[in-house]
Write a protein that binds this ligand. Sequence first.
Ligand code: SF4
Ligand code: SF4
Length: 429
Amino acid sequence: MKNTKPKEKLVSFSIDGKTCEAREGQNLVDAAMENGVFIPSLCYFKHHDPPLGTCRACTCKVNGNYLPACIQKLEEGMAIEVNTEKLKDIRHALVEMMFAEGNHFCPSCEKSGNCDLQHMGYELGVTNIRFPHLFKDRVIDYNPQRMVLENNRCIKCRRCVEEVFTDEGKRVFMYHNRGIDTLVAVDYEQEAQLTEKQAKAAMDLCPTGAIIVRGSSLVEPFGERSFDMESDQKDYNVLFPSKKEQKKMDKKTVATVSLAGCFGCHMSLLDIDEQLLDIVNVVEFNKSPLTDIKEFTKRCDIGIVEGSCCNAENIETLRKFRDNCDILVSVGECAIWGGLPAMRNTIPLGECLEEAYINVETSVKGEWVIPYHEDLPKLLDRVYSCNEIVKIDYFVPGCPPSADHLWKVIRNLLWDEGFSVLYHEFKYD
Ligand code: SF4
Ligand code: SF4
Protein backbone atom coordinates (compact mmCIF):
# COMPACT_ATOMS: atom_id res chain seq x y z
CA MET A 1 0.00 0.00 0.00
CA LYS A 2 1.25 3.47 -0.80
CA ASN A 3 2.45 5.47 2.23
CA THR A 4 0.29 8.62 2.30
CA LYS A 5 1.89 10.12 5.42
CA PRO A 6 3.21 13.62 4.54
CA LYS A 7 6.99 13.72 4.46
CA GLU A 8 8.49 15.57 7.42
CA LYS A 9 10.40 18.67 6.47
CA LEU A 10 13.84 19.03 8.03
CA VAL A 11 15.08 22.48 8.99
CA SER A 12 18.53 23.72 9.74
CA PHE A 13 19.21 25.82 12.85
CA SER A 14 22.12 26.57 15.15
CA ILE A 15 22.75 25.95 18.84
CA ASP A 16 25.62 27.93 20.33
CA GLY A 17 27.07 28.32 16.82
CA LYS A 18 26.85 24.62 15.93
CA THR A 19 24.70 23.76 12.89
CA CYS A 20 21.91 21.31 13.75
CA GLU A 21 19.05 19.68 11.95
CA ALA A 22 15.61 18.56 13.12
CA ARG A 23 11.98 18.38 12.06
CA GLU A 24 10.21 21.64 11.33
CA GLY A 25 7.82 22.54 14.18
CA GLN A 26 9.56 20.18 16.60
CA ASN A 27 9.82 21.25 20.21
CA LEU A 28 13.17 22.92 20.87
CA VAL A 29 13.90 20.91 24.04
CA ASP A 30 13.53 17.64 22.09
CA ALA A 31 15.30 18.90 18.99
CA ALA A 32 18.25 20.11 21.07
CA MET A 33 18.43 16.73 22.82
CA GLU A 34 18.47 14.92 19.47
CA ASN A 35 21.41 17.11 18.53
CA GLY A 36 23.29 16.31 21.72
CA VAL A 37 22.41 19.46 23.71
CA PHE A 38 20.62 19.05 27.03
CA ILE A 39 18.27 21.87 28.02
CA PRO A 40 17.15 21.38 31.64
CA SER A 41 13.51 21.70 32.65
CA LEU A 42 11.36 20.94 35.70
CA CYS A 43 7.93 21.07 34.10
CA TYR A 44 8.33 19.80 30.53
CA PHE A 45 6.58 16.63 29.40
CA LYS A 46 7.11 15.47 25.83
CA HIS A 47 3.50 14.28 25.58
CA HIS A 48 1.97 17.51 26.88
CA ASP A 49 0.96 19.83 24.07
CA PRO A 50 0.87 22.74 24.56
CA PRO A 51 3.73 22.48 27.06
CA LEU A 52 3.16 23.82 30.58
CA GLY A 53 5.96 26.39 30.29
CA THR A 54 5.80 27.18 34.00
CA CYS A 55 9.25 26.64 35.52
CA ARG A 56 11.33 28.68 33.03
CA ALA A 57 14.44 26.62 33.85
CA CYS A 58 14.80 25.94 30.10
CA THR A 59 15.27 29.64 29.31
CA CYS A 60 17.38 30.08 26.15
CA LYS A 61 18.05 32.87 23.69
CA VAL A 62 16.08 32.40 20.48
CA ASN A 63 16.89 34.80 17.63
CA GLY A 64 18.15 37.28 20.23
CA ASN A 65 15.21 37.00 22.66
CA TYR A 66 15.20 35.28 26.05
CA LEU A 67 12.44 32.66 25.91
CA PRO A 68 11.59 29.29 27.48
CA ALA A 69 12.79 26.57 25.08
CA CYS A 70 9.86 24.27 25.83
CA ILE A 71 7.35 26.55 24.11
CA GLN A 72 9.47 27.09 20.98
CA LYS A 73 8.74 25.23 17.77
CA LEU A 74 11.60 24.92 15.33
CA GLU A 75 11.82 27.07 12.23
CA GLU A 76 14.40 27.23 9.49
CA GLY A 77 17.45 29.34 10.35
CA MET A 78 16.73 29.82 14.07
CA ALA A 79 19.79 30.98 16.02
CA ILE A 80 19.64 29.49 19.50
CA GLU A 81 21.91 30.04 22.45
CA VAL A 82 21.78 27.57 25.32
CA ASN A 83 25.01 27.47 27.26
CA THR A 84 26.39 31.01 27.29
CA GLU A 85 27.67 32.28 30.64
CA LYS A 86 24.72 34.69 30.89
CA LEU A 87 22.15 31.93 30.24
CA LYS A 88 23.81 29.60 32.70
CA ASP A 89 23.63 32.35 35.29
CA ILE A 90 19.94 33.00 34.52
CA ARG A 91 19.16 29.29 34.90
CA HIS A 92 21.21 29.16 38.09
CA ALA A 93 19.33 32.18 39.47
CA LEU A 94 15.94 30.63 38.62
CA VAL A 95 16.77 27.46 40.51
CA GLU A 96 18.17 29.49 43.41
CA MET A 97 14.87 31.39 43.55
CA MET A 98 12.96 28.11 43.82
CA PHE A 99 15.12 27.06 46.75
CA ALA A 100 14.80 30.48 48.41
CA GLU A 101 11.05 30.74 47.85
CA GLY A 102 10.11 27.42 49.47
CA ASN A 103 11.36 25.54 52.50
CA HIS A 104 13.77 22.91 51.24
CA PHE A 105 15.24 20.98 54.15
CA CYS A 106 16.69 18.19 52.00
CA PRO A 107 18.22 16.12 54.81
CA SER A 108 14.75 15.51 56.24
CA CYS A 109 12.80 15.29 52.98
CA GLU A 110 11.30 11.99 51.81
CA LYS A 111 12.05 12.88 48.19
CA SER A 112 15.75 13.49 48.76
CA GLY A 113 17.68 11.54 46.16
CA ASN A 114 14.66 11.28 43.86
CA CYS A 115 13.93 14.96 43.54
CA ASP A 116 14.25 16.78 40.22
CA LEU A 117 14.76 20.14 41.90
CA GLN A 118 17.55 18.75 44.05
CA HIS A 119 19.00 17.08 40.96
CA MET A 120 18.94 20.40 39.13
CA GLY A 121 20.74 22.01 42.08
CA TYR A 122 23.45 19.35 41.84
CA GLU A 123 23.67 19.62 38.07
CA LEU A 124 24.01 23.40 38.06
CA GLY A 125 26.44 23.37 40.99
CA VAL A 126 24.26 25.48 43.29
CA THR A 127 26.38 25.84 46.41
CA ASN A 128 24.78 28.95 47.86
CA ILE A 129 21.73 31.14 47.22
CA ARG A 130 22.11 34.82 46.38
CA PHE A 131 18.51 35.62 47.40
CA PRO A 132 17.14 35.79 50.94
CA HIS A 133 15.16 32.72 51.98
CA LEU A 134 11.50 33.59 52.49
CA PHE A 135 10.79 30.86 55.08
CA LYS A 136 7.11 30.71 54.14
CA ASP A 137 4.60 28.95 56.32
CA ARG A 138 2.16 27.52 53.80
CA VAL A 139 -0.49 24.88 54.31
CA ILE A 140 0.68 21.31 54.70
CA ASP A 141 -2.44 19.30 53.92
CA TYR A 142 -2.67 16.01 55.83
CA ASN A 143 -6.34 15.42 54.96
CA PRO A 144 -6.03 13.41 51.75
CA GLN A 145 -6.40 9.67 52.24
CA ARG A 146 -3.21 8.51 50.56
CA MET A 147 -0.94 11.49 50.49
CA VAL A 148 0.33 14.60 52.21
CA LEU A 149 0.62 17.82 50.23
CA GLU A 150 3.57 19.95 51.40
CA ASN A 151 2.97 23.33 49.78
CA ASN A 152 6.24 24.70 51.12
CA ARG A 153 8.09 22.49 48.63
CA CYS A 154 5.81 23.16 45.65
CA ILE A 155 7.32 25.11 42.74
CA LYS A 156 3.94 25.52 41.00
CA CYS A 157 4.96 23.62 37.91
CA ARG A 158 1.30 22.60 37.34
CA ARG A 159 2.23 19.02 36.47
CA CYS A 160 -0.11 17.49 39.05
CA VAL A 161 -3.03 19.71 38.02
CA GLU A 162 -2.73 18.75 34.35
CA GLU A 163 -1.71 15.11 34.65
CA VAL A 164 -3.45 13.44 37.58
CA PHE A 165 -6.96 12.12 36.92
CA THR A 166 -9.11 9.34 38.33
CA ASP A 167 -10.26 6.45 36.15
CA GLU A 168 -13.47 8.45 35.63
CA GLY A 169 -11.42 11.33 34.25
CA LYS A 170 -11.92 13.59 37.27
CA ARG A 171 -9.16 16.04 38.20
CA VAL A 172 -7.52 15.44 41.58
CA PHE A 173 -5.34 18.56 42.06
CA MET A 174 -6.19 22.18 41.39
CA TYR A 175 -4.76 25.62 41.95
CA HIS A 176 -6.18 27.71 44.75
CA ASN A 177 -5.66 31.49 45.15
CA ARG A 178 -3.58 33.58 42.75
CA GLY A 179 -0.13 35.08 42.29
CA ILE A 180 2.28 34.62 45.17
CA ASP A 181 -0.56 33.12 47.26
CA THR A 182 -1.16 30.26 44.80
CA LEU A 183 -1.39 26.88 46.51
CA VAL A 184 -2.07 23.41 45.22
CA ALA A 185 -5.26 21.99 46.67
CA VAL A 186 -6.55 18.41 46.60
CA ASP A 187 -10.07 17.25 45.84
CA TYR A 188 -10.34 14.76 48.73
CA GLU A 189 -13.21 12.82 47.19
CA GLN A 190 -11.35 12.25 43.92
CA GLU A 191 -8.05 11.59 45.68
CA ALA A 192 -9.70 8.73 47.57
CA GLN A 193 -10.55 7.14 44.19
CA LEU A 194 -6.89 6.88 43.17
CA THR A 195 -5.30 3.48 43.38
CA GLU A 196 -2.05 3.12 45.30
CA LYS A 197 -0.25 2.92 41.95
CA GLN A 198 -1.89 6.14 40.71
CA ALA A 199 -1.04 7.93 43.96
CA LYS A 200 2.59 6.82 43.63
CA ALA A 201 2.60 8.02 40.02
CA ALA A 202 1.41 11.45 41.22
CA MET A 203 4.28 11.54 43.71
CA ASP A 204 6.73 10.56 40.98
CA LEU A 205 5.61 13.18 38.50
CA CYS A 206 5.99 15.96 41.04
CA PRO A 207 9.50 17.36 40.48
CA THR A 208 9.85 18.12 44.20
CA GLY A 209 8.75 16.53 47.48
CA ALA A 210 5.46 18.44 47.55
CA ILE A 211 3.35 15.29 46.99
CA ILE A 212 4.28 12.54 49.40
CA VAL A 213 2.39 9.25 49.55
CA ARG A 214 1.86 8.19 53.17
CA GLY A 215 4.40 5.64 54.32
CA SER A 216 7.02 6.72 51.78
CA SER A 217 10.36 7.53 53.24
CA LEU A 218 13.82 7.99 51.81
CA VAL A 219 13.67 5.27 49.19
CA GLU A 220 17.25 5.06 48.03
CA PRO A 221 20.16 4.83 50.44
CA PHE A 222 22.73 7.58 49.93
CA GLY A 223 25.37 6.47 47.51
CA GLU A 224 22.84 4.40 45.54
CA ARG A 225 20.56 7.23 44.45
CA SER A 226 20.12 8.00 40.79
CA PHE A 227 22.00 11.26 41.30
CA ASP A 228 25.02 9.77 43.10
CA MET A 229 26.83 9.25 39.86
CA GLU A 230 30.04 10.42 38.35
CA SER A 231 29.79 13.48 36.16
CA ASP A 232 32.12 15.09 33.71
CA GLN A 233 32.59 18.15 35.93
CA LYS A 234 36.20 19.22 36.19
CA ASP A 235 37.82 17.94 39.34
CA TYR A 236 40.46 20.07 41.02
CA ASN A 237 42.43 17.79 43.19
CA VAL A 238 45.64 19.07 44.71
CA LEU A 239 47.94 16.30 45.77
CA PHE A 240 49.12 16.26 49.33
CA PRO A 241 52.74 17.46 49.59
CA SER A 242 55.34 14.71 49.87
CA LYS A 243 57.23 14.22 53.15
CA LYS A 244 60.24 15.95 51.56
CA GLU A 245 58.14 18.93 50.47
CA GLN A 246 56.45 19.09 53.87
CA LYS A 247 59.80 19.73 55.58
CA LYS A 248 60.43 22.82 53.46
CA MET A 249 56.93 24.28 53.93
CA ASP A 250 55.79 26.95 56.36
CA LYS A 251 52.85 25.63 58.31
CA LYS A 252 49.49 27.07 57.29
CA THR A 253 47.10 28.13 60.05
CA VAL A 254 43.48 27.03 60.24
CA ALA A 255 40.76 28.06 62.70
CA THR A 256 37.39 26.36 63.03
CA VAL A 257 34.17 27.15 64.85
CA SER A 258 30.75 25.62 65.35
CA LEU A 259 27.99 28.24 65.65
CA ALA A 260 24.35 27.05 65.70
CA GLY A 261 24.92 23.57 64.31
CA CYS A 262 25.06 19.99 65.50
CA PHE A 263 28.86 19.67 65.33
CA GLY A 264 28.38 17.15 62.53
CA CYS A 265 30.67 19.05 60.15
CA HIS A 266 33.44 18.97 62.78
CA MET A 267 32.83 15.24 63.23
CA SER A 268 33.21 14.88 59.49
CA LEU A 269 36.50 16.76 59.72
CA LEU A 270 37.68 14.29 62.36
CA ASP A 271 36.60 11.42 60.09
CA ILE A 272 39.58 12.31 57.93
CA ASP A 273 41.13 9.71 60.26
CA GLU A 274 44.80 8.85 59.75
CA GLN A 275 45.24 11.68 57.24
CA LEU A 276 44.95 13.99 60.25
CA LEU A 277 48.48 12.83 61.12
CA ASP A 278 49.69 14.16 57.76
CA ILE A 279 47.73 17.36 58.25
CA VAL A 280 49.47 18.26 61.50
CA ASN A 281 52.79 18.26 59.62
CA VAL A 282 51.65 21.09 57.39
CA VAL A 283 48.79 22.73 59.25
CA GLU A 284 48.60 24.32 62.63
CA PHE A 285 45.15 24.68 64.19
CA ASN A 286 44.53 27.94 66.03
CA LYS A 287 41.20 28.94 67.60
CA SER A 288 39.10 25.80 67.34
CA PRO A 289 37.12 23.34 69.45
CA LEU A 290 39.69 20.80 68.18
CA THR A 291 42.48 22.57 70.07
CA ASP A 292 40.35 24.23 72.74
CA ILE A 293 42.16 27.50 71.95
CA LYS A 294 39.48 30.05 72.86
CA GLU A 295 40.88 33.22 71.27
CA PHE A 296 42.88 33.86 68.10
CA THR A 297 46.60 34.04 68.85
CA LYS A 298 47.59 34.91 65.27
CA ARG A 299 46.14 35.64 61.86
CA CYS A 300 44.91 32.48 60.12
CA ASP A 301 45.02 31.40 56.50
CA ILE A 302 41.63 29.70 56.58
CA GLY A 303 38.61 29.93 58.88
CA ILE A 304 36.12 27.08 58.67
CA VAL A 305 32.66 27.94 59.92
CA GLU A 306 30.02 25.36 60.76
CA GLY A 307 26.52 26.38 61.83
CA SER A 308 24.28 29.37 61.39
CA CYS A 309 23.74 32.45 63.56
CA CYS A 310 20.86 32.18 65.99
CA ASN A 311 22.10 34.42 68.81
CA ALA A 312 24.17 37.54 69.41
CA GLU A 313 27.21 35.54 70.47
CA ASN A 314 27.23 33.65 67.13
CA ILE A 315 27.31 36.99 65.33
CA GLU A 316 30.19 38.30 67.43
CA THR A 317 32.19 35.09 66.94
CA LEU A 318 31.58 35.06 63.20
CA ARG A 319 32.73 38.67 62.87
CA LYS A 320 35.94 37.82 64.75
CA PHE A 321 36.53 34.96 62.32
CA ARG A 322 36.12 37.32 59.38
CA ASP A 323 38.55 39.79 60.94
CA ASN A 324 41.18 37.16 61.68
CA CYS A 325 41.08 34.83 58.66
CA ASP A 326 42.24 35.46 55.10
CA ILE A 327 39.78 32.97 53.65
CA LEU A 328 36.45 32.22 55.29
CA VAL A 329 34.60 29.06 54.33
CA SER A 330 30.98 28.19 55.17
CA VAL A 331 30.82 24.45 55.64
CA GLY A 332 27.51 22.57 55.62
CA GLU A 333 23.91 23.58 55.11
CA CYS A 334 23.45 25.42 58.42
CA ALA A 335 26.31 27.82 57.68
CA ILE A 336 25.27 28.24 54.05
CA TRP A 337 21.58 29.04 54.45
CA GLY A 338 20.51 28.32 58.00
CA GLY A 339 19.88 24.58 57.63
CA LEU A 340 17.89 22.74 60.27
CA PRO A 341 18.15 25.54 62.89
CA ALA A 342 16.40 27.77 60.34
CA MET A 343 13.31 25.55 60.56
CA ARG A 344 12.36 27.85 63.41
CA ASN A 345 12.15 30.75 60.96
CA THR A 346 8.67 29.62 59.98
CA ILE A 347 7.45 29.85 63.60
CA PRO A 348 7.28 32.99 65.78
CA LEU A 349 10.11 33.07 68.35
CA GLY A 350 7.70 33.22 71.30
CA GLU A 351 5.99 30.01 70.18
CA CYS A 352 9.37 28.27 69.76
CA LEU A 353 10.37 29.19 73.31
CA GLU A 354 7.02 28.08 74.72
CA GLU A 355 7.30 24.76 72.92
CA ALA A 356 10.89 24.22 74.06
CA TYR A 357 10.58 25.26 77.70
CA ILE A 358 6.92 25.23 78.71
CA ASN A 359 4.95 22.68 76.70
CA VAL A 360 7.76 20.16 76.61
CA GLU A 361 7.19 16.80 78.35
CA THR A 362 10.49 16.96 80.23
CA SER A 363 9.68 20.24 82.03
CA VAL A 364 8.82 19.75 85.68
CA LYS A 365 5.24 20.88 86.31
CA GLY A 366 5.14 24.17 88.15
CA GLU A 367 8.77 24.94 87.29
CA TRP A 368 8.19 26.06 83.74
CA VAL A 369 10.47 28.92 82.96
CA ILE A 370 11.91 30.42 79.81
CA PRO A 371 15.56 31.04 80.72
CA TYR A 372 16.51 34.67 80.78
CA HIS A 373 19.71 36.10 82.18
CA GLU A 374 22.01 38.91 81.14
CA ASP A 375 24.85 36.40 80.72
CA LEU A 376 22.88 34.31 78.23
CA PRO A 377 23.39 35.28 74.58
CA LYS A 378 20.34 37.07 73.20
CA LEU A 379 18.32 35.06 70.69
CA LEU A 380 17.92 36.67 67.28
CA ASP A 381 14.53 37.24 65.69
CA ARG A 382 15.39 34.50 63.21
CA VAL A 383 18.28 32.28 62.21
CA TYR A 384 20.73 33.86 59.76
CA SER A 385 23.13 32.20 57.35
CA CYS A 386 26.77 33.25 57.72
CA ASN A 387 26.89 35.16 54.42
CA GLU A 388 24.02 37.36 55.64
CA ILE A 389 26.36 38.60 58.39
CA VAL A 390 29.87 38.67 56.87
CA LYS A 391 31.47 38.08 53.50
CA ILE A 392 32.04 34.38 52.91
CA ASP A 393 34.65 33.34 50.33
CA TYR A 394 33.69 29.72 49.70
CA PHE A 395 30.72 27.45 50.36
CA VAL A 396 31.01 23.69 50.91
CA PRO A 397 27.53 22.14 50.75
CA GLY A 398 26.44 18.89 52.38
CA CYS A 399 24.87 17.84 55.63
CA PRO A 400 27.54 17.17 56.64
CA PRO A 401 30.00 17.23 53.75
CA SER A 402 31.86 13.93 53.69
CA ALA A 403 35.31 13.75 55.30
CA ASP A 404 37.04 13.08 52.00
CA HIS A 405 35.34 15.97 50.30
CA LEU A 406 36.02 18.34 53.17
CA TRP A 407 39.65 17.42 53.25
CA LYS A 408 39.94 17.82 49.49
CA VAL A 409 38.45 21.32 49.68
CA ILE A 410 40.70 22.41 52.54
CA ARG A 411 43.76 20.97 50.81
CA ASN A 412 42.92 22.79 47.59
CA LEU A 413 42.28 26.09 49.33
CA LEU A 414 45.42 25.86 51.46
CA TRP A 415 47.53 25.60 48.35
CA ASP A 416 45.74 28.38 46.54
CA GLU A 417 43.71 26.36 44.07
CA GLY A 418 40.02 26.57 43.27
CA PHE A 419 37.89 23.66 44.28
CA SER A 420 35.07 21.76 42.70
CA VAL A 421 32.01 20.29 44.33
CA LEU A 422 31.43 17.20 42.26
CA TYR A 423 27.99 15.85 41.75
CA HIS A 424 28.71 12.57 43.53
CA GLU A 425 30.46 14.32 46.40
CA PHE A 426 27.33 16.06 47.72
CA LYS A 427 26.16 14.27 50.79
CA TYR A 428 23.08 14.66 52.97
CA ASP A 429 22.79 12.22 55.88
S1 SF4 B 1 11.68 18.82 47.57
FE1 SF4 B 1 13.68 18.27 46.78
S2 SF4 B 1 14.87 20.15 47.00
FE2 SF4 B 1 13.05 20.34 48.30
S3 SF4 B 1 13.63 19.55 50.33
FE3 SF4 B 1 12.80 17.82 49.21
S4 SF4 B 1 14.61 16.86 48.27
FE4 SF4 B 1 15.22 18.90 48.85
S1 SF4 C 1 2.64 19.83 43.87
FE1 SF4 C 1 4.42 19.17 42.69
S2 SF4 C 1 3.56 18.69 40.68
FE2 SF4 C 1 2.04 19.93 41.73
S3 SF4 C 1 2.47 22.04 41.11
FE3 SF4 C 1 3.58 21.66 43.04
S4 SF4 C 1 5.63 21.02 42.40
FE4 SF4 C 1 4.29 20.82 40.62
